[in-house]
Design a protein around this ligand. Structure first.
Ligand code: FES
Length: 169
């Protein structure tokens, strides 16, 4: 598997940040670059990164599967990660996940038929005191997500996707 030149150039910039014998340290950055370019990291991409960095493909896969932020398959326009780790479990984290799944009609790790939402349980997001917490697209952390706030969030995000289409009419 080879990557397009623009991606290889970005890989090279990341590798250059480390000593020549430690280029495997760029593995997370390389995974992020691939995901940014195509939305997810497929097994073939992991193998390509492994070959580029001179490391076993299984070691790349271990990184991909350890972090929630790496998507192993295509995800919806909005990826919702609901924390279900123990401290959040004690403060309705599981309930929040169930509520989101029920409202969107998906199972955990599922994507809505319109491709707008993917819902995933998540390990600790580092905001345990704010439970239930939810992370949107690996960037936006939202706290104290009771049912009403979850409903508002989903409606707002869905509207944000629907509006451009309505303007085009
Ligand atoms: S356990 Fe949920 S944010 Fe820490």
């Amino acid at each position: 598997m080879t990557f397009p030149d623009p991606i290889l150039q970005r890989f090279a910039r990341e590798v250059a940040k480390y000593p020549a014998d430690q280029k495997v340290s760029a593995v997370m950055a390389c995974l992020a670059i691939v995901q940014q370019a195509q939305g997810h990291v497929a097994a073939a991409d992991e193998q390509g990164i492994a070959a580029y960095l001179g490391m076993p493909a299984i070691a790349v896969h271990e990184v991909t599967t350890f972090y929630n932020m790496y998507n192993q398959q295509p995800v919806g326009h909005y990826k919702l990660n609901v924390c279900t780790n123990l401290p959040c479990q004690l403060r309705d984290g599981e309930h929040a996940l169930a509520h989101v799944c029920k409202k969107l009609g998906v199972e955990p790790y599922g994507t809505t038929a319109d491709g707008v939402f993917t819902v995933q349980p998540s390990e600790c997001l580092g905001a345990c005191a704010d439970a239930p917490v939810l992370l949107v697209n690996d960037r936006q952390m939202l706290s104290f997500m009771d049912n009403a706030r979850l409903d508002d969030l989903i409606d707002t995000l869905r509207d944000s996707v629907a509006q451009p289409a309505e303007h085009a009419k």
